[in-house]
Ligand binder design. Structure first.
Ligand SMILES: Cc1cc2nc3c(=O)[nH]c(=O)nc-3n(C[C@H](O)[C@H](O)[C@H](O)COP(=O)(O)O)c2cc1C
Length: 366
């Protein structure tokens, strides 16, 4: 292989998936803002906060913005303050965001989600405790009637008809995402929310066709993928976010199962696996440190042909560049670092001798 040309940075090489070309590999990870109205006609509707938040990261040069977990149905919200995509008022407000993001040459993506048994909790900054019906809360649903943790409510165990209805909600949300102008849909299968709860034997105790064997535990995930892919245009990419491990010593979802599912996801039309970890069970030991989840992405990349994105404590331009140059991932997703520094991509480009698009009114500053 010939050496990369001087000034070449893998981090700033464009990346094409289906017909969408993302201008670089610095992507913004989904991060809930818990800043929508909880009830009334504006429930789940994007506000000025959401516009300003995403607009700043688009101006800041991220190549792709994956909007926060956006609920496919009211009871699929993590908190009552989550964004939703179950009605047309929500679509109209989101269109303003996608249109601005696209005008910056940045690809707008959306994470569609159902929180399962981890639904109906307070905002993280007021403690994140489960909310009762008097506090805009509701009874969560799950594959099995097993609460997330002590003090969390007993979830309602979904019937097969109810599972099918939620799958249809994911499809309807995808159709709305297209109307709202998104170019990437990411299905949230990670962090112990509904799809992850079906995957893990720790939370899925079902004895019907949705529980037990690997084939049965992955059935809901694959049905959601099929339903979404059926309505999402062929020319647009579909991502799936997974927790590659529950970090449980016993009865958790494993790295081996992740690799096995990754191959199936690709067969079902998923274009990229966003590889995170954890979130299914409280109190597990996680060896948190710089890039601690990268090996999970690298393993999927090495053992399958599905493209992957790495996430988790990726904060330095050199670190991100190495992950790509070593072939451990096809892109990096930044979360908290982009909250601290919306213009991180600009700094990284400067440090790596690469270029990132500058909005015309700012030309005199760079
Ligand atoms: C405020 C906040 C909100 C988050 N919300 C989501 C979310 O909506 N969906 C999701 O998949 N992950 C969510 N995450 C996890 C991030 O996407 C990311 O995986 C995690 O923060 C690790 O990356 P980082 O070290 O770059 O922050 C959230 C994280 C933070 C800090």
């Amino acid at each position: 292989m010939s050496a990369a040309p001087a000034g070449f940075a893998a981090l700033f090489a464009p990346y094409t998936l289906r017909s969408v070309t993302v201008p670089n590999r610095v992507w913004m990870a989904a991060m809930c803002q818990y800043s929508a109205e909880a009830v009334g006609p504006d429930a789940g509707v994007a506000q000025d906060w959401h516009f300003a938040h995403y607009a700043a990261r688009a101006v800041g040069g991220a190549g792709l913005i994956i909007q926060e977990a956006t609920a496919v149905s009211p009871e699929g919200r993590i908190s009552p303050y989550d964004l939703g995509i179950w009605n047309d008022t929500q679509v109209e407000a989101l269109r303003r965001i996608t249109s601005f993001v696209k005008a910056q040459g940045v690809v707008p993506g959306i994470q569609i989600a159902h929180a399962g048994r981890k639904a109906s909790t307070d905002r993280t900054w007021t403690g994140g405790a489960p909310l009762g019906p008097g506090e805009h809360g509701w009874q969560p649903v799950a594959p099995s009637a097993v609460p997330f943790a002590e003090g969390h409510p007993l979830p309602h165990e979904l019937t097969v008809d109810e599972i099918h209805a939620i799958t249809a909600r994911f499809a309807a949300a995808t159709e709305r995402a297209l109307t709202a102008g998104y170019e990437v849909v990411e299905i949230h299968g990670a962090h112990g929310y509904l799809i992850g709860e079906f995957l893990s034997p720790h939370s899925n105790k079902r004895t019907d066709e949705y529980g037990g064997s690997f084939e049965n535990r992955t059935r809901f995930a694959l049905e959601v993928v099929d339903a979404v892919r059926a309505v999402w245009p062929r020319e647009l990419p579909l991502f799936f976010r997974i927790s590659a491990t529950d970090w449980l010593e016993e009865d958790g979802w494993t790295g081996d199962e992740t690799v096995r599912l990754a191959r199936l996801l690709q067969e079902h039309g998923v274009d990229l696996l966003d590889v995170s970890t954890g979130g299914l069970a409280p109190g597990v030991k996680i060896p948190v440190g710089p890039g601690y989840q990268v090996p999970f992405a690298a393993r999927v990349k090495a053992e399958t042909s599905l493209p992957v994105a790495a996430v988790g404590l990726i904060t330095e331009p050199e670190q991100a560049e190495k992950i790509l140059a070593n072939g451990e991932a096809d892109a990096v997703l930044l979360g908290r670092e982009l909250l601290r520094e919306p213009y991180w991509a600009r700094r990284a480009a400067a440090e790596l001798g690469a270029e990132v698009r500058t909005p015309a009114p700012y030309h005199r500053s760079w």
